[in-house]
Design a protein around this ligand. Structure first.
Ligand SMILES: Cc1ncc(COP(=O)(O)O)c(C=O)c1O
Length: 354
């Protein structure tokens, strides 16, 4: 069985560990361990009656709810089968330009979305280890260049302040900002560009509901961009990309303020504890993160740690072998419950010295 490209491949992990999928504790995909919320389960159960019909191809109820959430007209919103589907259409648009800049290290799916349509891509390594990172990115041909950026940034956990991103909107023909993890920040700390979308027809925001609400198997995300662009994307794809259960769950969870509050307070405390525990282990250097995952530098190669953790403890971490800028000296872990985090710290201490 081939080594997976993305985190969260439990079939591969269980095969390596020689155990059932359900025995694996997954730190490799950054999914909220508190979810899915009850509001999601209720909406899912109530939605079952409607699966005998096609979904509304316009997803009007969901778009109205998202429009209210972001104070934006529903015409500017397109739900998708996860953020990944919307990245595909962003990739198709970017492929029409001469060149797309990728801020690296980056989420690997950007390569899939761009290369799938033959886009020409140039990597732009950014100095994420610095406390304040800058992006002095000047395209050779602004009229025909695009850029994809992820905020907060996966896999480093860095948060780009709006002021760093805004100049890109003046310099590029198309700017795609993937805010898949933005919900994990308290609202007054978020650096979303959604409020700017009305002023910049060259801006596309991609959001995901799968991580924060723990529904990666159900799939749901949305793009926010100029209606003309989204109408084009709608013509490219099939009419019912989002199934009716995902749409019903989406409508319910975005208004689940209790779950949102609970998640944000869990994350602050648990991330602090995990960061402290990892810092106390010799040979590991965890980096501060604005999101629900931590990037960790390791003296023992991460591929070795991964194998030992899997085989001895049935714990799956995300090695960074397929982020060429990081390699075997780094791994990424999700923040999970306090008990699971403590279990990971204990297991890491053991496998490091074995
Ligand atoms: C940065 C980033 N964007 C998008 C996605 C895809 O999210 P979705 O599950 O909504 O397709 C992921 C998933 O890991 C991600 O890390």
């Amino acid at each position: 069985m081939k080594r997976p490209i993305h985190g969260g491949n439990l079939t591969w992990a269980a095969n390596q560990a020689g155990c059932p999928v359900t025995s694996i504790i997954d730190f490799s995909a950054s999914i909220n361990p508190l979810g899915p919320p009850n509001s999601a389960i209720t909406a899912f159960q109530q939605g079952v009656a409607a699966i005998t019909h096609y979904p509304d191809p316009h997803y009007l109820q969901l778009r109205l709810a998202l429009g209210q959430l972001h104070n934006i007209s529903p015409d500017w919103i397109l739900p998708g089968n996860g953020a990944a589907e919307l990245l595909t259409w962003a990739g198709r648009e970017l492929a029409n330009l001469q060149l797309t800049y990728l801020i690296v290290p980056c989420f690997l799916d950007y390569w899939r979305a761009l290369q799938g349509f033959g886009a020409k891509v140039k990597s732009y390594p950014f100095s994420w280890e610095k406390k304040t990172c800058s992006l002095n990115l000047d395209p050779v041909d602004p009229q025909s260049s695009g850029v994809i950026i992820n905020n907060p940034h996966n896999p480093t956990g860095k948060l780009f302040h709006r002021d760093i991103l805004l100049p890109l909107l003046e310099k590029f023909a198309l700017v795609v900002v993937d805010e898949a993890f933005m919900d994990f920040l308290p609202p007054d700390e978020q650096q979303s560009l959604i409020p700017m979308v009305g002023d910049y027809p060259n801006l596309v925001i991609v959001r995901s509901l799968t991580k924060f609400y723990s529904i990666p198997g159900l799939r749901l995300g949305y793009a926010i961009a100029h209606p003309h662009r989204l109408q084009q994307w709608q013509l490219w794809r099939d009419p019912w990309s989002v199934n009716s259960l995902a749409a019903a769950v989406g409508e319910a969870v975005i208004n689940d303020h209790e779950f949102q509050k609970q998640t944000r307070s869990w994350l602050v405390a648990s991330k602090k504890g995990l960061l402290r525990g990892l810092s106390n282990l010799k040979g590991l250097q965890p980096f501060p993160s604005a999101a629900n995952f931590l990037l960790v530098k390791t003296q023992v190669p991460s591929s070795q740690l991964e194998q030992k953790l899997l085989k001895k403890h049935r714990i799956l971490i995300r090695n960074c072998l397929n982020f060429p800028e990081l390699g075997d000296s780094y791994f990424r872990i999700a923040v999970r419950t306090d008990a699971e985090n403590q279990g990971l710290i204990k297991a890491l201490a053991e496998v490091q010295s074995s």
